[in-house]
Design a protein around this ligand. Structure first.
Ligand SMILES: [Zn+2]
Length: 426
């Protein structure tokens, strides 16, 4: 069904100087021609499609998504992930109410599917035959899956030696064309961007693509719906490139401004949540900028290093949007060590049955750190609030992170005799 006139309700705009562009020209350029900043899509007036159809996953929010014809939807489907109340963890963390939004349950095992279903659907609507991304893993797996379903080519650039095997295995299985780039993620992204800027037939689908943000923002709609139509008080999430925190914040703001048809009314859902950005110590340019009180700049980390590969990013593309989300919401940014991240990963798995990838454990590590330290203004405020952690990826993506230092022959071997085991268990 073609949604006549829907495009008039959306606008493509520069995040910096606010210059506006034709939304359907996106892909001919990737940044503001005037100031070089990132572009974003805004809803300028509420759109409501007359004919309501039942759609699966996040496409139930189609009125909030800038796609002009639903025949272009490429969906697996994605979204409507589990929202898990974690009572065991809450008790240890000293929180009254703690939930995990488990984004690792999306079709390719990470939150990236939210952005890719919209990004690739839009690529089809605009007639592209190829997609490209630079990736530390989750993005490539997701883009490869949606491109294969759309029947178009997918080209993936990965930083050599800095990607989890489970993730590259996915991209291979989905049939992507994969190249290892000598250098880090930032080098891969620079190369991908230059290629797509020169070749108008390949669409770049990294998180700077504003259509991806339009998919990712739906996590906010779902959290509010799953909380029974209200806002959480705190949203704690891992930050690498900053696309996800910007998207979630955009979603909460849209929700508070216009509500969701048939689900959550505008203004009725309470105050906006505080956005809490957590980075890994070896890749924490945003947290360090925040701690230094900076609002308008960050110092990129030239050689980022963390075992949490999904957030091993030294020069975050969406740093400006991320700092805006943190300051506007009254949130914070902080970092945790790799040791704390891996301990938190085991904590969440062993206390709640949730096996998340290391990057997703960073927010849990932050909460554990706050609880251990005890008295602090942040912790005191959080204790009696509703805290939601967005766990972005599945632990199965990177089993080696848990298996480090463990080999099968270290597991205790017993004879195939129940009596023998009975003795040991006694
Ligand atoms: Zn601009």
């Amino acid at each position: 069904m073609k949604f006549a006139g829907k495009e008039e309700h959306f606008e493509l705009r520069c995040f910096g100087c606010k210059q506006t562009y034709n939304i359907d020209d996106y892909g001919k350029f990737y940044q503001c021609a005037k100031c070089g900043n990132l572009l974003e899509i805004l809803i300028i007036s509420k759109y409501s499609s007359k004919a309501k159809q039942l759609r699966q996953g996040l496409w139930k929010y189609i009125d909030h998504i800038p796609l002009w014809d639903d025949k272009n939807i490429i969906s697996i489907p994605e979204g409507w992930t589990s929202f898990v109340e974690c009572r065991n963890a809450a008790k240890i963390l000293g929180l009254k109410s703690f939930f995990v939004k488990f984004e690792g349950l999306n079709p390719t095992g990470s939150f990236k599917d939210r952005g890719m279903t919209v990004g690739v659907s839009k690529a089809i609507e605009q007639g592209y035959k190829s997609t490209m991304c630079a990736s530390t893993g989750n993005t490539s797996a997701s883009l490869a899956a949606y491109s294969s379903r759309a029947g178009i080519k997918c080209i993936v650039l990965v930083p050599k030696g800095k990607i989890a095997m489970g993730k590259i295995a996915q991209a291979i299985a989905y049939g992507a064309e994969i190249y290892q780039v000598e250098g880090n993620f930032d080098d891969s992204l620079r190369v991908a961007r230059e290629i797509c800027e020169k070749d108008s037939k390949i669409l770049l689908l990294n998180s700077l693509n504003p259509f991806r943000i339009e998919g990712q923002k739906t996590v906010a709609f779902e959290i509010a719906e799953q909380l029974g139509g209200r806002m959480p008080d705190y949203v704690v999430l891992p930050v690498g490139n900053g696309g996800n925190i910007s998207a979630a914040w955009k979603g909460f703001k849209e929700l508070s401004e216009s509500g969701i048809e048939g689900s959550i009314g505008a203004h009725s859902s309470g105050n906006l949540p505080k956005m809490m950005a957590v980075q890994a110590e070896g890749a924490a340019p945003i947290a360090r900028a925040f701690k230094a009180g900076k609002r308008d700049s960050i110092d990129p980390v030239l050689d980022p290093h963390t075992g949490a590969s999904a957030i091993n990013i030294g020069s975050p593309v969406s740093w400006m949007k991320t700092l805006a989300a943190i300051y506007e919401s009254g949130g914070i940014a902080d970092y945790v060590s790799d040791e704390e991240i891996f301990a938190a990963q085991k904590f969440l798995a062993s206390k709640e049955g949730l096996f998340v990838e290391p990057a997703s454990a960073a927010p849990i590590a932050y909460l554990l750190k706050l609880a251990r330290a005890g008295k602090s203004d942040e912790y005191e405020a959080m204790k009696n609030s509703t805290v939601v952690s967005i766990c972005t990826g599945n632990g199965l993506k990177d089993p080696n992170a848990v298996l480090k230092g463990v080999s099968p022959d270290q597991l205790q071997t017993i004879s195939a005799d129940a009596k023998y085991l009975q003795k040991i268990l006694a």
